[in-house]
Design a protein around this ligand. Structure first.
Ligand SMILES: C[S@@+](CC[C@H](N)C(=O)[O-])C[C@H]1O[C@@H](n2cnc3c(N)ncnc32)[C@H](O)[C@@H]1O
Length: 242
């Protein structure tokens, strides 16, 4: 089976060779980073329709982590601000994303969600949140981000740094299917193409394992089968306390 998987992966690599060349010369990234925010914004409507109940249940816990000065949330890989509608009244949100082309969509989402105070948008990757001071935020949120980050362990380390003691990291992330399933096989075979069209996303990550070995004092995580396309239907949802 490993040989079949290798051969099929190779065939997919060959099919996407033109894209690999465009990526190598820097054209793919510069074009796709402009297009992706608009694609993501369209997908957000569907995702929020289907995942609204899960998001509401999770983000209803955010106020439990507010400090005396209120609730400050740092959203890492914020995209177009898909989660704003689920945030509690009067919270302050600092948004970060390495792709500056999300800014206009994010601000438009901020304007539609007056209950949220969008403090600032920082162009930064989760691996380097240096513009955010240590122990300065009550909660960090990532949804569908750790699948794309280049170094998940480094992102989790930065999240722990910026959280106040007792603060919490909230996440909803898709993960690899069970190793013994066809879906796991398919996820691996199409990964060479998916990374280009999913803006660097990995279908094959074991993000739960990364969370378990990060130094959070408490991890509340559940596996769900999301009502989304099969490739990303296995997800983990929860929060981890610093
Ligand atoms: C699938 S989109 C999800 C956007 C948003 N969180 C949502 O739920 O709609 C993935 C996001 O992660 C961002 N991203 C990619 N690499 C990242 C990294 N290393 N650190 C932080 N965010 C990253 C992308 O620019 C994009 O906004």
């Amino acid at each position: 089976m490993a040989i079949v998987r290798f051969v099929l992966c190779l065939m997919v690599e060959i099919l996407v060779l033109p894209v690999t060349i465009l990526q190598y010369v820097g054209i793919w990234d510069s074009l796709y980073k402009r297009v992706f925010p608009h694609l993501m914004c369209r997908m957000t409507t569907t995702i929020n329709d289907k995942m609204g109940k899960v998001k509401k249940e999770l983000f209803d816990k955010l106020p439990e982590f507010a400090s005396s000065s209120g609730l400050t949330i740092l959203e890492v890989g914020c995209g177009s601000g898909a989660n704003f509608q689920f945030y509690p009244w009067d919270c302050k949100v600092i948004c970060t994303d390495p792709n500056p082309n999300f800014q206009r969509l994010l601000e438009s989402s901020g304007a539609k969600n007056e209950h949220v105070k969008l403090e600032k948008f920082l162009v930064a990757s989760g691996e380097d949140l240096s513009p955010v001071a240590s122990a300065s935020v009550d909660a960090v949120v990532c949804t569908l981000v750790l699948c794309t980050a280049e170094n998940v362990d480094a992102v989790l380390k930065e999240i722990l740094r910026v959280l106040k003691p007792g603060g919490a990291f909230f996440f909803i992330e898709h993960v690899a299917a069970d190793k013994m399933t066809w879906l796991h096989f398919i996820q691996h075979v199409i990964q060479p193409a998916w990374r280009y069209f999913g803006d660097g996303c990995y279908l094959t990550r074991d993000t739960r394992a990364s969370l378990e070995k990060a130094n959070f004092s408490q991890l509340n995580v559940k596996n769900i089968v999301a009502p989304l396309t099969s490739l990303i239907k296995y997800q983990i949802v929860g929060y981890a306390v610093k």
